[in-house]
Design a binder for this molecule. Structure first.
Ligand SMILES: Nc1nc2c(c(=O)[nH]1)N[C@H]1C(S)=C(S)[C@@H](COP(=O)(O)O)O[C@H]1N2
Ligand SMILES: [Mo]
Length: 373
């Protein structure tokens, strides 16, 4: 069930709470449109279990597995022994825009709109610097993360975990972060320390991380081996065994219309439409096309300069809206010339991930300005 409320875990009244416990909240599209960086109180939240509250004084991060020198680091060790870095990065849940897929066929899971994504600046240390200190063995291929929150939905119930290939883990953008937008990481976003894996689905950015394991194989954790996998249609999402389908990593090219609201009544004539576009890894957004006639004619939106290679590209365009019912569609192209597909139906998958069909909103225009009530 979806309710409009706020103020748990420091969230604003603008977020849409999809679930209270575990706490899951979607950012307001209107608020996302207001800036390239999202404040902590408006940042979306995705939790699979109750929020743990590790004591930062006793919190320890273990680095183990295929390493020459296993480490056990306190927060002070992490902050003091390694160079600190800032990365501005957009996080996006693999289930972002699931509601569009759920209209095609039922899908379990929260019906996220396009607001399961937000952008912040993160300060921490590079995972690669920590791995270098530990010294990874030849033959190490993956880096796995674990956190203390136990997800009841996991089979069997277990701590949250994920892994990324070692080639990604050793890139400079991947952080162990304790600061968000200049403040200590809020509890609900992973305090004292979380992983930030820019360019990948949000599920790999493990919050409250307390264990890093270097290994030959991907994590066997439920959220790597069973959840967050793209299954073919016809498979039962509840009973698909570990290892089925594709483990999701880098995001696909996507976009959304943020303003006006879907279903809004606006005056005919000049209206500005805004949105975001984002692609996986450090692929940039090359172009955003917007159409008023279902794709027969396209206009190119103005793109803001992204704040980093790891953030979304805000875009805007002023359109001359005709009188009556209008559908506005948008599609983004990334720098590898990948483009969003037109329809949701062919993208449908049993767990409802990676809906990157054209963004669409429906507007009704009037020939006079209606008074707001
Ligand atoms: N420990 C832990 N880390 C987690 C999760 C979780 O449930 N537990 N959810 C993941 C998912 S699916 C997403 S999309 C992001 C969301 O990050 P946020 O809540 O800070 O927005 O956190 C990821 N890290
Ligand atoms: Mo997610």
């Amino acid at each position: 069930m979806t309710e409009r409320t706020g103020t748990v875990w420091g969230k604003s009244h603008d977020v849409t709470v999809h679930q209270r416990d575990p706490f899951n909240a979607e950012s307001s599209l209107e608020v996302l449109a207001q800036g390239a960086v999202t404040s902590a109180e408006d940042f979306y939240v995705r939790n699979h279990g109750p929020v743990p509250e590790p004591d930062p004084r006793t919190w320890r991060l273990s680095v183990e597995g295929m390493v020459q020198r296993p480490l056990e680091l306190s927060l002070e060790d992490l902050q003091g022994r390694f160079e600190n870095h800032e990365v501005v990065a957009t996080l996006q849940c693999a289930g972002n825009r699931r509601s569009g897929l759920a209209k095609v066929h039922d899908i379990p899971g929260h019906p996220w709109g396009p607001g399961a994504t937000s952008t912040a600046s993160w300060v921490g240390v590079r995972l690669t610097d920590v791995l270098e200190t530990a010294g990874t063995d030849d033959g190490a291929r993956h880096v796995a993360f674990e956190a203390p929150d136990v997800a009841p939905e996991a089979m069997p119930p277990q701590r949250f975990g994920a892994s990324i290939p070692i080639d990604k883990a050793t890139r400079s953008e991947v952080l162990l972060a304790w600061e968000m937008n200049g403040y200590p990481l809020p509890t609900v976003h992973g305090a004292p320390v979380r992983v930030i894996v820019p360019g990948y689905i949000g599920a790999r950015s493990v919050k409250w991380v307390d264990r890093i394991s270097v290994q030959e194989h991907p994590s066997q954790n439920f959220f790597q081996s069973t959840a967050y996998r793209l299954l073919p249609p016809g498979i039962d999402p509840y009973s698909a065994p570990p290892g089925d389908g594709l483990a999701l990593g880098p995001l696909a090219v996507n976009s959304a219309i943020l303003t006006p609201d879907d279903g809004a009544v606006v005056p005919a004539g000049a209206t500005t439409v805004t949105g975001y576009a984002l692609s996986g890894e450090d692929r940039g957004i090359a172009r955003v096309d917007v159409s008023l006639d279902g794709g027969d004619n396209w206009y190119q939106a103005d793109l803001d300069e992204p704040l980093s290679p790891w953030t979304w590209t805000p875009w805007r365009i002023t359109l001359d809206l005709p009188l009556g019912d209008v559908e506005v569609t948008a599609r983004a192209w990334d720098t590898s010339a990948a483009v969003q597909p037109e329809h949701e139906a062919p993208l449908w998958n049993p767990k409802g991930y990676f809906n990157n069909a054209w963004a669409r909103i429906h507007l009704t225009t009037t020939d006079r300005v209606e008074r707001a009530v």
